[in-house]
Design a protein around this ligand. Structure first.
Ligand SMILES: [Zn+2]
Ligand SMILES: [Zn+2]
Length: 314
């Protein structure tokens, strides 16, 4: 199962209703964190997400609202006697900034911390990849793509019958080895399976102006989480952020399935922002969500299902 948990959805500074950015992807028992705004550990506690399941943290850029929760998160891991290593990824200067954190206060981590400074790259893990790409924010800043590995197509019963194959260890062997000898014939996995199933793709921009790299890297994503700080260009002024309309335009061009509008400025109430966003997204014909803190998007049967962890508690 794959879940996206929005731990912080507001931009610039925390308010009573929303914290600053942190997006968790829960996948096969692991939690990947994208940005760790101040207070992320508290948000994780509320969401009942264990920091001990976090092995990889991806930071988009070093503006306070995206990384100031890192020291508290690391110290909490230490408090709980973490032993396994932690990997922290980020743009240029990540090494330097993380070192500052590690050297502050009476604190030494009892586990290894590996820091990785990235340009545009593809990191390959067992069941998924994470791609980093450059965005436009006036300082070194990255966006990330989480891409689940594609899976083989389903076994086709009529094909199995045709080749005289029955479910059992022989299919396991075919899956492992890609081909088998059977009744004097060579059978390849693709002879008896349907088309490959595309893994889920999620793109997260962090803070950025609308840019071509985002469109390119989020092409046909199942979910694009885009900076949409402002409702209008006038509100945005000269800042390196995007408006809702600009996020919609990128989502439309990249043919993404669902757009999540993140990092809204604290000047807007949820209702005001939602009605502006609805107008813009309807105009572009883009499916969208305006996540609140603790909203969860679960990917099931080829579609996203939205819920909130505090439902009924508000
Ligand atoms: Zn920000
Ligand atoms: Zn920023």
């Amino acid at each position: 199962m794959l879940e996206v948990v929005f731990l912080g959805t507001g931009g610039i500074m925390p308010t009573r209703e929303r914290n600053v950015p942190a997006v968790a992807i829960r996948y096969k028992g692991e939690i990947l964190l994208f940005d760790v705004g101040e207070g992320t550990i508290r948000q994780m506690n509320t969401a009942k997400l264990s920091p001990m399941k976090v092995d990889r943290i991806f930071i988009t850029h070093f503006h306070g609202d995206h990384y100031l929760g890192l020291a508290a998160l690391i110290q909490t891991m230490n408090l709980w006697n973490r032993e396994k290593p932690l990997h922290i990824y980020g743009p240029k200067y990540t090494f330097e900034f993380v070192q500052h954190f590690l050297n502050s206060g009476f604190f030494r981590p009892g586990f290894d911390i590996h820091v990785h400074e990235l340009g545009e790259t593809r990191l390959k893990f067992k069941d998924y990849e994470v791609w980093s790409f450059k965005v436009e924010h006036g300082i070194p800043a990255l966006g990330y793509v989480f891409k689940e590995k594609d899976r083989r197509g389903k076994f086709l019963p009529e094909k199995l019958r045709e080749y005289g194959l029955k479910p059992g260890p022989i299919l396991g062997k075919l899956e492992r080895e890609g081909k088998i000898e059977w009744n004097g014939r060579t059978i390849r996995l693709e002879d008896v399976t349907g088309p490959r199933r595309r893994g889920v793709k999620i793109a997260y921009t962090g803070d950025t102006e609308p840019c071509e790299r985002v469109r390119l890297f989020s092409e046909r994503a199942d979910l694009l989480i885009h900076d949409a700080t402002y409702l209008s260009g006038e509100d945005r002024g000269e800042s390196y952020h995007s408006t809702v309309e600009e996020a919609c335009e990128v989502a439309k061009k990249a043919r993404v399935k669902l757009l999540a509008l993140l990092h809204r400025a604290f000047r807007y109430s949820y209702e005001e922002y939602l009605s502006g966003a609805s107008r813009a997204c309807r105009e572009f014909g883009v499916d969208f969500v305006v996540p609140r803190d603790f909203d969860v998007l679960t990917y099931r049967s080829g579609a996203w299902h939205k819920s909130n962890l505090l439902e009924g508690e508000r």
